[in-house]
Design a binder for this molecule. Structure first.
Ligand SMILES: Nc1ncnc2c1ncn2[C@@H]1O[C@H](COP(=O)(O)OP(=O)(O)OP(=O)(O)O)[C@@H](O)[C@H]1O
Length: 578
């Protein structure tokens, strides 16, 4: 399958979507009570581009659409629609300052969509949309559906009914134009034969195309399509691709689409924006986005460290470890107290890699290999666990082999962390211990030590308050944090670098601390949504959750496999028991 990821750029290599944006979403936030569905989102849609908005279930894509098309009034932010070329920055600022909703300009016009009701957005700003669940008038014919879409110009031409009743020439002309336009789009969508059939009688794929034809009848400059390929078979998907390219190329209509089918996305998109938990995690040409580790991680969920080797997290981990090494260089005892848990986790984490179900790779592949169906649905806590459960059951042992090999030949997770963070010593100490068990002397008891304060240079950059437990960790082996649904090994690793190892520490987090950790882990709002604190309270009391049971059963990849996460039993320094 051919990929259509050419990026139109201006002379100075600015991508088309920044140089000539038809739509700009600026600092868009949408809250539903305490839930931040979209948080401070910024992106552009280039004029004449097909832009895909992708992300796992619940990422906030439809909420963005609803804000752009006036179904929701955003909590915060500006949404600018432009008619005519260029950014028209001065005009945009002038309209913003004036309190008006839109203004004509020499280039065309600028429209502030967050100030406009939905009917004005479609008829004045010329933004048309289709819905995730088809919304046609089932009892009307196919043709009538397209004429209803042109109700406004017809009403105007008829002088709001009278001209229609009297059969004035201006009305007749407008009526004929409406019919011509409808027939044109019926031909383009291969529905002309069905013009007189009730819309509800059409097969599903035809209804999807009819929705697009109807949207095109308002003469949009921006066409917003919510999952247009949902439920289509491969032939219909290919036809849809052709139709969307035709709309872009022959009518210079810009397209913004939400789509889970990566085959469609990667084949036709000029530009891809990726959301996860309402936050933008990637934005660029399709080729660049599909191999972005953060995107793969979002689709994978956060449960599998073996596949989610996110450089950003590795970098953070290395930085924090290096800094805290520096801070504790004076007292090696102190340093050993902090490193102890890393040692304790090492073998377990290695097992995780070996046991990680190959099925997870199947999530990543469609993103990497264009043309395959994507794992559309969310991979994190909810669906990731579900899909892992489903796929791990299916994954034959053989299929796991390459991954195991990869895990073995590569550096193991914690070793990587240790090496990267300048804690190579502890990794080295752990390795011979495993390699030569027969000759190995009984391990010396870790020297008693006080847990040292861990400082991260940019701790003040996050909103809220850094939890105490992450500044002065308790020594000793920690709890298996991956028993909390939603943390996963990659985030556990990052949290552990700060020293938060115990359920009771997480159970004690207050609102400001949750905010800080959410920002540190780059997903504001998610800790609340996944109720980490509530889960931690149960686990701290020795209880179980549905998810922790699945982890303990071995159904979900974890950093410490085994019954109840095979908690390290070590006692070390003053901190006492884990
Ligand atoms: N009207 C609403 N009231 C309360 N919460 C809402 C509302 N609309 C959306 N949400 C919440 O906002 C979050 C984002 O939902 P949204 O439907 O935008 O995601 P999505 O990325 O489109 O998901 P999907 O791919 O499943 O359609 C979800 O947690 C959802 O439950």
């Amino acid at each position: 399958m051919k990929t259509a990821t050419k990026v139109k750029t201006t002379g100075d290599a600015t991508p088309n979507w920044d140089a000539d944006p038809v739509l700009s979403v600026e600092h868009l936030t949408m809250r539903f009570g305490g839930l931040v569905a979209v948080g401070d989102l910024c992106f552009n849609v280039g004029r004449g581009d097909i832009t895909a908005l992708i992300g796992p279930n619940g990422a906030g894509k439809t909420t963005v659409f609803n804000c752009v098309t006036g179904f929701y009034k955003p909590t915060e932010g500006r949404i600018v629609m432009r008619h005519g070329p260029g950014r028209q920055d001065d005009a945009v600022e002038a309209v913003t300052a004036s309190g008006l909703k839109w203004q004509s300009t020499n280039a065309g016009g600028v429209f502030l969509l967050e100030r406009m009701p939905d009917h004005e957005i479609s008829h004045k700003a010329k933004v048309a949309r289709t819905f995730q669940n088809i919304r046609l008038f089932g009892g009307m014919t196919v043709l009538e559906n397209l004429l209803v879409a042109q109700h406004n110009p017809l009403m105007v031409a008829s002088g709001f009914s009278l001209g229609g009743i009297l059969g004035l020439p201006s009305y007749k002309r407008a009526q004929q134009e409406a019919i011509d336009k409808a027939v044109y789009w019926l031909e383009r969508t291969h529905l002309v034969e069905r013009a007189d059939d009730p819309a509800a009688d059409l097969p599903y794929g035809d209804q999807r195309r009819l929705e697009i034809a109807r949207a095109m009848c308002i003469g949009p400059q921006l066409l917003c399509l919510d999952e247009p390929a949902a439920g289509l078979n491969p032939r219909e998907s290919a036809e849809l691709n052709q139709l969307l390219k035709y709309i872009r190329d022959e009518h210079n209509v810009s397209v913004l689409l939400i789509e889970h089918d990566m085959g469609v996305v990667m084949e036709i998109s000029d530009h891809v924006v990726v959301l996860d938990y309402g936050v933008k995690i990637a934005d660029g040409a399709a080729d660049a986005v599909k191999s972005d580790p953060k995107v793969i991680a979002a689709y994978l969920g956060v449960d599998d460290e073996a596949e989610i080797d996110v450089p950003e997290i590795r970098k953070d981990v290395a930085k924090v470890a290096a800094e805290s090494d520096g801070a504790t260089a004076a007292g090696s005892k102190k340093a050993s107290a902090r490193k102890a848990p890393a040692k304790a986790r090492k073998p377990a984490a290695r097992k995780t890699k070996a046991a990680a179900p190959a099925a997870d790779t199947a999530f990543a592949q469609p993103l990497m290999a264009t043309g395959a169906k994507a794992p559309a649905k969310r991979g994190t806590a909810k669906a990731s666990a579900r899909s892992q459960e489903k796929t791990s059951a299916k994954a034959p042992e053989k299929a796991r082999a390459p991954k195991t090999a990869k895990a073995k030949t590569g550096t193991t997770g914690p070793a990587k962390t240790a090496a990267a963070g300048g804690a190579a010593k502890s990794a080295a100490a752990a390795t011979p211990a495993k390699a030569k068990p027969a000759t190995r002397k009984p391990a010396a008891k870790p020297a008693p030590a006080e847990a040292s304060e861990i400082k991260i240079a940019n701790s003040g950059d996050y909103p809220g308050k850094q939890p105490h437990g992450t500044r002065k960790p308790r020594a000793g082996g920690g709890n298996n944090l991956t028993r909390i649904k939603g943390i996963g090994p990659a985030n556990e690793k990052k949290l552990n670098t700060l020293g938060t190892w115990h359920f009771d520490q997480i159970a004690a987090w207050k609102k400001a601390e949750i905010e800080w950790v959410g920002a540190y882990l780059s997903f504001p709002g998610r800790i609340e949504r996944e109720e980490w604190v509530k889960q931690a309270k149960v686990l701290a009391r020795g209880g179980e959750t549905a998810f922790s049971k699945r982890v303990d059963k071995g159904d979900v990849p974890t950093s410490v496999p085994g019954r109840r996460g095979a908690q390290p039993k070590k006692t070390t320094a003053k901190g006492g028991k884990a």
